[in-house]
Design a protein around this ligand. Structure first.
Ligand SMILES: [Zn+2]
Ligand SMILES: [Zn+2]
Length: 159
């Protein structure tokens, strides 16, 4: 039997090619956030995913990530402003829609400052106090986190 007449093989090639064209998403093979299990995903669109932090330190503690693998805030350029706004708007919207009595002012959005990163896939922490009764954790977050608005301002000023 000729290889290229085998319908099963042809079918397989077609499927894998399609996956590679999926919105030009760049994935890194050994990255846990690039291959997040579907059951953990609370919200997704073409660019971003929102899911719960596995070790919450506040009443609400979600993470928002780009679907493409971006290492950390130092890798961001002016071309990522649209992505950052997408992360901001969808996170705020998701939290205000799914939890009661929370306004934009209650929501803290921030990133790890390298090298103090946990997972090397850019992720924005979305926090709503109160914090989980742990002052050390609270301090840790505040000292090693850069707020979203600062990240956006820095990108704009460097260009
Ligand atoms: Zn990744
Ligand atoms: Zn983190």
């Amino acid at each position: 039997m000729e290889l290229n007449n085998n319908p099963i093989i042809e079918n397989k090639i077609e499927i894998s090619t399609l996956k590679n064209f999926d919105n030009n998403i760049n994935k890194k093979n050994d990255c846990i956030f690039c291959f997040l299990p579907q059951k953990r995903i609370l919200f997704e669109n073409d660019l971003i995913i929102i899911f719960e932090d596995i070790n919450p330190i506040a009443k609400i503690h979600l993470l928002c990530i780009p679907k493409s693998h971006i290492k950390n805030i130092n890798s961001l350029t002016i071309n990522d402003l649209n992505l950052l706004n997408e992360m901001k708007n969808n996170s705020l919207e998701y939290i205000m829609k799914h939890y009661n009595n929370i306004s934009e002012n209650n929501i803290i959005l921030g990133f790890h400052i390298p090298p103090f990163t946990s997972v090397n896939h850019l992720h924005m922490h979305c926090l709503v106090p109160p914090f989980n009764n742990c002052f050390i954790k609270f301090c840790k977050v505040n000292c090693v986190m850069r707020y979203l608005n600062t990240v956006i301002n820095n990108i704009q000023n460097n260009n």
